[in-house]
Design a protein around this ligand. Structure first.
Ligand code: ADP
Ligand code: MG
Length: 242
C-alpha cells in the first residue's frame, strides 16, 4: 500500500496589519493609541492579546473588527484593503465575516436567549422562518439549547456570555473577536468559556482573537501578543501550536 504524503497547507493570512497608527485628539492633548502596529494572523489561529490598560488593545480590536478606522497604515482582511471599502461595504464585511464578544455580554434584557441570538440574522436579512432554527443550532453549540426561552436575567454570567457567543457565531463568521470575554466571570465560568472558544476554533475553524488580562486564560491560545504603549512588545507561539 502506497502512502502519499499530504502537502502541508500553506498558511493563509486572515488579518494583515502593517504600520497601523491611531491618534486621538490633537495638539497637546494628542494620544497615540496605536503607534505603528504590524501584525499578521493566519486563518485558523487562536491569538490572545495582552498588555496593560491603555496599551491600545481595544483600539486594535475595533480596527480589526472594522468598527473603527486607523489614522494611517494598511489593513488587509482576507486580502481586501479595508480602507478602500466605503462605510456600507465595511458594515457588510462585519456582518458576514466577523463576530464580536464583549466583557459585558451586551445582551438585550427582557429578550429571550434565542431572540438575542437571532438579532444578527435580522440584520443580514434572513427570513423569519429560517432564523429560529439557526439560532437554536447556535445555542446548542454553546450547550444552552434548554435555556433558549430564558431572558438574560434568568441566566448566570457564564450562561449569558455563552448566549453572546452563540449570537456571535450564528452567522458562521470567519473571525471571532473577544474583548476580555471572561473579565466579569468567576474562574469556573471563565474556564468553560475558554474551552468553548478553543472548541469553536478547532472544530468550526473560526479564527479567534481574544483580549485578556489573565495569563491563565491566555494560555488557552496558541499565540500571545503583548501590547505596550501602542506597540507590540512581544509575540510568542506556544510549542503545542508550533
Ligand atoms: N475614543 C477615544 N478618544 C480619546 N482617546 C481614546 C479613545 N479610545 C481610546 N483612547 C485612548 O487610547 C489609548 C488606548 O486605549 P485602549 O485601546 O482602550 O486601551 P486598552 O484596551 O489596552 O486598555 C488610551 O490612552 C485611551 O485613553
Ligand atoms: Mg480595552
Amino acid at each position: 500500500m502506497s502512502r502519499r504524503e499530504k502537502p502541508t497547507p500553506a498558511r493563509q493570512a486572515l488579518i494583515e496589519l502593517t504600520g497601523i497608527t491611531k491618534t486621538y485628539g490633537h495638539g497637546e492633548g494628542v494620544v497615540h493609541a496605536l503607534d505603528g502596529i504590524s501584525l499578521r494572523i493566519d486563518k485558523g489561529e487562536f491569538a490572545a492579546v495582552m498588555g496593560p490598560s491603555g496599551s491600545g488593545k481595544s483600539t486594535a480590536m475595533n480596527i480589526i473588527g472594522c468598527l473603527d478606522q486607523p489614522t494611517s497604515g494598511s489593513y488587509l482582511f482576507d486580502g481586501v484593503e479595508v480602507s478602500r471599502l466605503d462605510r456600507q461595504q465595511r458594515a457588510l464585511l462585519r456582518r458576514h465575516y466577523i463576530g464580536f464578544v464583549f466583557q459585558g455580554f451586551n445582551l438585550l434584557a427582557r429578550t429571550t436567549a434565542v431572540e438575542n441570538v437571532e438579532l444578527p440574522l435580522i440584520y443580514r436579512g434572513i427570513p423569519h422562518a429560517e432564523r429560529r432554527p439557526l439560532a437554536l443550532q447556535a445555542l446548542a453549540k454553546v450547550g444552552l439549547a434548554e435555556r433558549a426561552m430564558h431572558t438574560p436575567g434568568e441566566l448566570s454570567g457564564g450562561q449569558q456570555q455563552r448566549v453572546a457567543i452563540a449570537r456571535a457565531i450564528v452567522t458562521e463568521p470567519a473571525l471571532l473577536l473577544a474583548d476580555e470575554p471572561t473579565g466579569n466571570l468567576d474562574t469556573k465560568s471563565s474556564v468553560e468559556i475558554m474551552e468553548l472558544l478553543v472548541a469553536l476554533n478547532r472544530e468550526q475553524h473560526i479564527t479567534v482573537v481574544m483580549v485578556t488580562h489573565e495569563p491563565d486564560m491566555a494560555e488557552y491560545a496558541g499565540r500571545i501578543v503583548h501590547f505596550l504603549d501602542g506597540r507590540i512588545a512581544s509575540d510568542t507561539r506556544s510549542e503545542e501550536a508550533a
